[in-house]
Design a protein around this ligand. Sequence first.
Ligand code: FAD
Ligand code: NAD
Length: 404
Amino acid sequence: MRKPNVVILGAGYGGLMTTVRLQKLIGVNEANITLVNKHDYHYETTWLHEASAGTLHHDRVRYPIRDVIDRNKVKFVQATVTKIVPDEKKVLLADGELTYDYLVIALGFESETFGIKGLKEYAFSIANVDAARQIREHIEYQFATYNAEEDKKPERLTIVVGGAGFTGIEFLGELANRMPELCREYDIDPHKVRIICVEAAPTALPGFDPELVEYAVSQLERKGVEFKIGTAIKECTPDGIIVAKGDDVEEIKAGTVIWAAGVRGSRVIEESGFEAARARVKVDPYLRVPGHEDIFVVGDCSLVIDEETNRPYPPTAQIAMQEGQLCAKNLAVLIRGQGELEPFKPDIKGTVCSLGHDDAIGVVFGKKLWGTKASFMKKVIDNRALYLIGGSSLVMKKGKFKFF
Ligand code: FAD
Ligand code: NAD
């Protein structure tokens, strides 16, 4: 009998989890599994703010995909996916194509700029390893150039972060911690540095526990971060940003602008003509594209509604990994033609937001945490993600063991 071709697109949390679970569930002779990813490494997206601020080297954030896949069962193809053609069961790559019987789309997120002028051209976003490295190096370049110029431009030492969601706050925590060292390294008076966070909503971390939000904001302010709350970025220019609070419009000159104010699914979703909201496909209970029972979507390209709130679950690594685990189980059922498909039921254990390596806030199993306890918990969560994909050997290689 012909073995079905299972093609998994993307080796982030969702795609890699699907792959490592599926390789455990099925035998060599049951299916051909192909994993496609742009790079030959996986990166911990949830650590990218650290690489961007320069508090963690970018090589610490990534590891070779070959370290966690069983090459007897999984063929790895390093390629960029450009489009899916469901009617022909084909995946188009930048330099070739693949055919599938079952497809898993796990291509992750892209920055959502909401059409705001100048963001694509002049702002950075914390999107992948290359982007993180670029952000770190750009900030260092600005600091080095400031001192090299006779006609000093103070805006070179101004860094604007757009959005005080979890990404913005986590990045600010790292950046504020790095600043003293960076100032020493580049001979900069720390008083000349400005780190400004601009948030459109009436509070930082909208929707999160107000007491913990207050703690986070005051800890960051203590380290020199200025918050402009209830203020929206309207435009990004080569010289900085234009913001508005009600009718008041202000220009903030800045050498570095980081846009951390929202995400959307991969452009491949839209290129392929799937019905989607911000490139996220509202999947059926089994994580499949409605009308295409051979295509699963996991991670940030999928949209699952929380029945309690009637709103989509936020795109998180926690959900991407749980979806990957279920997707592997459901694929095994289909490959064998035995058993029943299981519906996806997320098990949200909580949220922890770091404020640098030594501080954090969070709600875990309904309990509020802050300070070193929360920071410890964050590292446990980071190590657990490694464990779930690569077992204890991956934790030993890449884990975080410096707790305070
Ligand atoms: P990703 O992990 O983004 O992986 C997508 C993969 O697909 C990547 O390997 C990419 O290279 C590859 N790819 C993309 N396009 C193509 C293409 N065209 N062709 C081939 N390959 C492609 N969530 C939490 O739950 N907890 C956290 O603490 C947390 N912290 C975060 C911190 C930061 C700084 C950021 C930015 C996000 C954080 N998130 C967190 C959200 C979380 O990272 C995402 O929800 C998660 O990464 C989604 O997983 P995914 O598998 O869908 O995509
Ligand atoms: P987000 O959508 O959660 O937050 C974006 C923030 O930007 C919001 O507060 C929004 O009000 C603000 N904003 C939007 N437009 C703006 C504008 N024009 N000017 C100023 N502010 C504006 O996005 P995110 O923080 O990138 O998070 C993306 C996903 O990743 C979320 O699901 C989040 O839960 C997850 N995440 C989780 C963690 C964690 O668990 N520790 C860390 C990072 C990200």
